[in-house]
Design a protein around this ligand. Structure first.
Ligand code: GLC
Length: 718
């Protein structure tokens, strides 16, 4: 249909039909469907007519199921308006990729885009039209259970990944590319900054900080053409995002020019009441529609009150019409009026989903997403060594992480199975050692017995998938006590200990890092995670991951992040260590900084130079550095460029990531890496919210992470 036909369709709709377009319901409301419930389901007092006119479905998947739902719906919908099928395909549909925080640690934008393309392919052939991803919330607090859904603590890196995921999900021609899905960037905005790291809690920050650090990644997704935006549960400067007119109309629509669909998170419209900005559902409906919210997910404020609010002239019908028009336009962009079943195809489903090709990409990405944090000459392992594989993740295939949709541990290669492919099973001694949070003396004794037979102890420990994710905040982010006891018990044997960590957040590694001779951070590596880890442990793949989120020294430091401010009494720069910004009981620095990750080889940086020490808006400067592989094996290095603005209108971060390049080097090989620094990269939000750069002195840093850097000064002249 063309735009005029869409408008004509809108004209034909009754107000009841228009209002029903704005509600999204989970699958159990629809004939012949199952589906996943992802939030509190409540009594909704819906009429049959409302369901028949409903605009979109949450959580359906499977070609057969979706074709059924759509067919039943079209048979009853007076104007033949098809349903939108939306679901949470966050890091894979059935081929599950590492959680996004792990993907962030790969610094591999192409592979990230490829993973989204594959997820879209599997989702589209199963009938899904829109995915509730990418999640681009900037995160600095690992107590929050959802940090694993984000690509980390840096606005620039998050923005690049946001674009890559949107490109992968949507492609360039949604109308005709039936193996793509529309993306939905979330959670708008700043959901990753809840006080105390407690999910759904208050977010309190200045508009300046919101714009400087938290909004860039959402805008990047919009600039990449993302079709849908989901509002967050939290408040933004005292107003819940879902009823926040400044956020949705002023910034998102007027300033950024977004004319797509805005959907609430589950129940977030009705939650305006407990938030305390709406006295009842009618006021919640009024505030949400005035703020620019189009689709209400799984509550009925719109359905039960919008018509009356319009009849009472409290809300203009034009607001309802514009919301419905955006939803119809999205359906039209997806070609649903011509083909309501779009890419759904039961036969192709069999061929496409979890294909060997998809598994290979998942394996490659998982290997690049793991981060080698410590290695005291115990890795890579040798195939003739006797190994004791011990821990709750030794034989557990549940390494997919939160939001793994149809991924299943039965189709996941766990570490035990993967190691069996690497060494003689007779040299592999398995013992669980303890459960995730509990252990027995018998389990410990059995583990010690297995360890005594081995040359190297391989500990597979971490958080159960339910210890992070939505509503999964933790105040104590250490490993559970039972696992710490297991590690301590095994340490007594004085054998090399390699720890592989499976977790949904950066952990407080007290009791782990001091006892491990090597530590590989695997996060939740997905369907091929076990294979990827085995490839890394035996050196078939050289680790190249770099942290996209700092790992704290202890929970007491939080929030701890690399692009922080210097303060007036910086600890490191002062002679006296008395009245400076410090803790008296722990260091200021994180245990492992943003950008950190080891390799089986080593790299040296030299000849760091600038094309000039002066730059202007019309004359950027080039930064170059030579990087050499000084080790014995080939490897990949992420060369990182940071910049510091020495003096601004407001305080500026100690450093900000402005560029990176992931390069491969053979042993002894040297490559020159160059970056260009342009004036627009030096702009920031001033105290009056003007986004501009200032003339003055800057420092450029280059290095393998945000700590071990070489610096050079330059000046921006106006
Ligand atoms: C959940 C999540 C959101 C998800 C939505 C639909 O509450 O906050 O990320 O997309 O509900 O499942």
């Amino acid at each position: 249909m063309n735009d005029q036909q869409i408008k004509d369709l809108l004209e034909q709709m009754t107000i009841e039909e228009k209002v029903a377009q704005l509600i999204q319901l989970a699958t159990p409301f629809f004939k012949g469907a199952a589906g996943q419930i992802t939030g509190p389901l409540e009594e909704m007092a819906l009429t049959e007519e409302t369901v028949q006119n409903c605009g979109s479905v949450l959580g359906a998947s499977g070609a057969k199921e979706i074709i059924n739902i759509q067919k039943e719906h079209l048979a009853e919908n007076r104007l033949g308006i098809p349903l939108l099928m939306m679901a949470d395909i966050i890091h894979g549909f059935k081929t599950i990729f590492p959680v996004p925080l792990a993907i962030g640690c790969s610094w591999d934008l192409e592979l990230a885009e490829k993973s989204a393309e594959i997820a879209a392919k599997e989702a589209a052939v199963s009938g899904i039209h829109v995915t509730f991803a990418p999640m681009v919330d900037l995160v600095r607090d690992p107590r929050w259970g959802r940090v694993n859904e984000s690509t980390g603590e840096d606005p620039y890196l998050n923005s690049l990944f946001a674009r890559a995921f949107v490109r992968g999900f949507q492609g360039t021609d949604l109308q005709n590319e039936k193996n793509r899905v529309a993306a939905c960037v979330k959670h708008f905005a700043a959901y990753g900054a809840p006080e105390g790291g407690r999910d759904y809690n208050t977010v309190n920050m200045s508009e300046r900080q919101l714009r400087e650090s938290y909004l860039p990644a959402y805008k990047a997704a919009i600039d990449e053409g993302c079709e849908v935006v989901m509002t967050a549960f939290n408040t933004v400067d005292g107003v819940p995002a879902t009823g926040n007119k400044d956020l949705m109309r002023s910034i998102l629509r007027e300033e950024w020019g977004f004319d797509g669909v805005v959907i609430s998170d589950w129940g977030a419209v009705k939650e305006l009441i407990p938030h305390g900005v709406a006295a009842d559902e009618a006021e919640a409906a009024q505030k949400a529609i005035l703020a620019g919210l189009d689709i209400e997910m799984m509550t009925t404020c719109y359905v039960h009150h919008l018509k009356q609010l319009i009849e009472q002239e409290i809300v203009e019908e034009a607001l309802l019409d514009e919301a419905v028009l955006r939803i119809l336009t999205l359906k039209n962009k997806l070609g649903l009026f011509e083909n309501p079943y779009r890419g759904a195809d039961e036969q192709q489903e069999e061929e496409i989903i979890l294909s060997e090709e998809h598994r290979q990409v998942a394996r490659d990405l998982a290997a690049k997403s793991c981060v080698l944090l410590k290695n005291e000459a115990v890795l890579p392992l040798k195939t003739n060594q006797k190994l004791a594989l011990i821990g709750p993740f030794a034989q557990n295939g549940d390494i997919l992480g939160p939001w793994s949709w149809l991924g299943s541990k039965e189709e996941t290669i766990n570490l035990h199975h993967a190691l069996n492919q690497k060494i003689d099973p007779a040299n592999l001694f398995i013992s669980q050692g303890c459960d995730f949070e509990m252990g027995t003396e018998e389990q410990l004794e059995e583990a010690v017995g297995a360890a005594r037979k081995a040359d190297v102890i391989l500990l597979a420990v971490g958080e159960h998938t339910h210890m992070s994710g939505e509503a999964g905040s933790r105040a104590d982010i250490r490993l559970p006590q039972a696992q710490l006891e297991l590690i301590a018990k095994l340490k007594i044997l004085q054998k090399p200990i390699v720890v592989v960590l499976f977790n949904g957040r950066p952990l407080d590694l007290h009791g782990v890092i001091d006892k491990a001779d090597a530590l590989l951070e695997a996060w939740f590596p997905g369907t091929e995670g076990g294979v990827a880890i085995a490839d890394l442990l035996f050196g078939d793949v050289n680790p190249s991951g770099k942290l996209a989120m700092s790992i704290p020294y202890s929970v007491g430091q939080i929030p701890v992040y690399y692009n922080c401010f210097n303060t007036g009494r910086p600890k490191d720069a002062s002679e006296s260590q008395d009245f400076v910004s410090k803790y008296i009981d722990i260091p200021n620095d994180p245990l492992f900084p943003f950008g950190f990750g080891l390799s089986y080889t080593t790299f040296s940086y030299s000849e760091f130079s600038l094309s000039s020490e002066f730059m202007t808006a019309s004359q950027p400067i080039t930064v170059s550095v030579k990087v050499k592989n000084t080790g014995e094996v080939a490897g990949e290095e992420v060369v990182q460029l940071y910049v510091r603005d020495i003096s601004g209108d407001v305080v500026r971060p100690l450093m900000e990531l402005k560029g990176f390049q992931k390069i491969s080097l053979q042993p002894g090989e040297t490559k020159e890496v160059t970056f260009t620094i342009k004036e627009e990269q030096l702009r920031y939000y001033h105290s009056n919210l003007e986004f501009a750069s200032d003339a003055g002195r800057f420092v450029a840093y280059v290095g393998p992470n945000s700590k071990d850097v070489t610096e050079i000064s330059f000046e921006l002249q106006k």
